[in-house]
Design a binder for this molecule. Structure first.
Ligand SMILES: [Zn+2]
Length: 93
C-alpha cells in the first residue's frame, strides 16, 4: 500500500508516511493509539488521497468510535455498541 508508520521511540508518538514519496503526513498518534488500526478502520480509503482537513475529520471519527467502544467503568472493549458498559458491568447496573 505504501503507507507506513513512523514511531518516535522516546515518547511513543507515531505518524503516517508514504514509503514511495517518503513524505510524512497526517496527525500524530498517541502512545496508546495504533495507527495500523486506523488504517484498517479506513478500509479501502487511501489516507494519501485525503486532504489534511478530511484526514483530520476521519481521525476525529475514529477516535470517537474508540471511546464509544470502551466500558465507561473499567475501560474494557465492548462488542455491543448500544451500551457504554461491558457485559459484566451491564449486569451489575
Ligand atoms: Zn466494565
Amino acid at each position: 500500500m505504501g503507507v507506513r508508520i513512523l514511531e518516535n521511540k522516546e515518547d511513543g508518538y507515531k505518524c503516517l508516511y508514504c514509503s514511495v514519496t517518503m513524505w510524512a503526513f497526517g496527525p500524530i498518534f498517541y502512545k496508546d493509539e495504533d495507527p495500523q488500526e486506523f488504517l484498517e478502520w479506513l478500509g479501502r480509503i487511501d489516507p494519501r488521497s485525503l486532504t489534511d482537513k478530511e484526514l483530520e475529520n476521519k481521525v476525529y471519527d475514529w477516535r470517537k468510535t474508540l471511546e464509544e467502544s470502551n466500558c465507561k467503568i473499567c475501560g474494557e472493549p465492548i462488542n455491543n455498541a448500544e451500551s457504554d458498559l461491558c457485559l459484566q458491568h451491564k449486569l451489575e447496573d
